[in-house]
Design a binder for this molecule. Sequence first.
Ligand code: SF4
Ligand code: SF4
Length: 480
Amino acid sequence: MRFRGGHNVLLKGRPDSAIRVMPEPKVLYLPLRSERFTFSDIQVEEGDKVKGGDVLAKDPDNHGVPLLAPRAGTVRLGAAENHIVLEDIAQSEEHADMVEEEMQHIEKQMGVAGINRYKLLSLGAWQFFYDAFTGELPDPLGTPQAIIVSTLSLDPFVARGDVQLHRRLLNFTRGLEQLQSLLEYQPIYLAMPNITSEFANLIRNQIRGYAWVKMLEKPLKYPFDNFAILARKLGFKSSNGPVWAVRTEGILAVDRALTLTKPCTVRILSIGGTGVSQPTHLKVVPGYPMQKIRDKYVFEPAARVLNGGVFTGGILTEEMLGVDVECRGITVLPELQEREFLGFIRPGWDRDSYSDSFLSSLRKDFRERLTTGLRGEGRPCVACNYCEEVCPAGIMPYLLHKYLYADLIEEAEQARIDLCVECGLCSYVCPSKIDLRTQFVEAKALIAKEKEEIRREQLRQEEARKREEEARKQAEENSE
Ligand code: SF4
Ligand code: SF4
């Protein structure tokens, strides 16, 4: 499989391979929003005593995906805006909060495979699944063309697959077997790095026994773990239905839900970046107080904290009090507060750049210290072509930028902005510091909104036409 573009990003602050267990909290702050989910259908009341695994809320727009109580505790609904707060936290036997009637209904319709899919949804494992093309949550009762499983996480500072797999290889292979039992004949592709190490060889040997798993070995370049890129490279077309995509943590969750019938309420997340005292991995439950994590690991007084990796993570605001159910990592970058006078012409070994500028061409690659200032200051496009060179989607980011800058949305559509996978590599390498990714994300959202409005208008007109037709027929019948 040939990839284009990509870049091996070397940054300081990479999480080490340990998993540290955070101390048990006294209070949990469960955010009602995460990147894909909005848990607006609250299932509990103020003062309710809940057990670990109970459903607190559901997202009605995402197949009813549940927000589970990670621990036993007392529900406080109004204590923090956009959160369910659990007080008097206690560890108790977790239980599977599943509705018997729904299970019977699904079993009649879909048999054991249907029950297993219902379990994945109810026990919180389905939250780890993506539609490779759209990034949305797929329909748990739907049929995919194929499944892509990735053990790689190449966005710097998100939880690493190898760390999560360590000592849990058996759970992982059991999870793959469970996943395969949900399918009829659809293939499972396992993406892993094309490296030789003892652990990588162990995984290869383990997987070789599974004829139904096809291995995809990929170079360690960002963003070759992107599911949309992988699905396209494999030749799948979105018009033929979804391709399910899931990472290491998702397969481990499948194992937990289907082998043990236990809720998936623990997350392994990373904390990395140059504003962190000890970049590492943390074992926490959703709702874990952010402040406790900041107090322990963030040493920079002026730091920007991101929810996610350095390329795609959004700024974590003070209003978000706890870890959300989709968090894969926390990135902390020092805020650049002062700029050096004429810094852009001062030569130096420490100037990090995608291009060989300053003295960087004379030294070997090394892990660089990234701040929010990145390097340089905003200026117009200098037509260096770096963005096109690294873009994994084979489009021309500078051209899209030019069109969008001039509000030429149709031209941007013709230049295939839809193929952009929002990886952010173009923004990273751009020497003019143009935030290309944000521009493309906003433009794609605008185009999607306009298309949706046109679709609704067409639907409305079609319904009006049908009503008129029926009224005309009725009038004709009455006159006869
Ligand atoms: S954000 Fe889009 S345009 Fe930029 S490199 Fe990634 S895929 Fe290409
Ligand atoms: S990387 Fe930046 S400056 Fe270079 S061509 Fe692309 S948009 Fe222009």
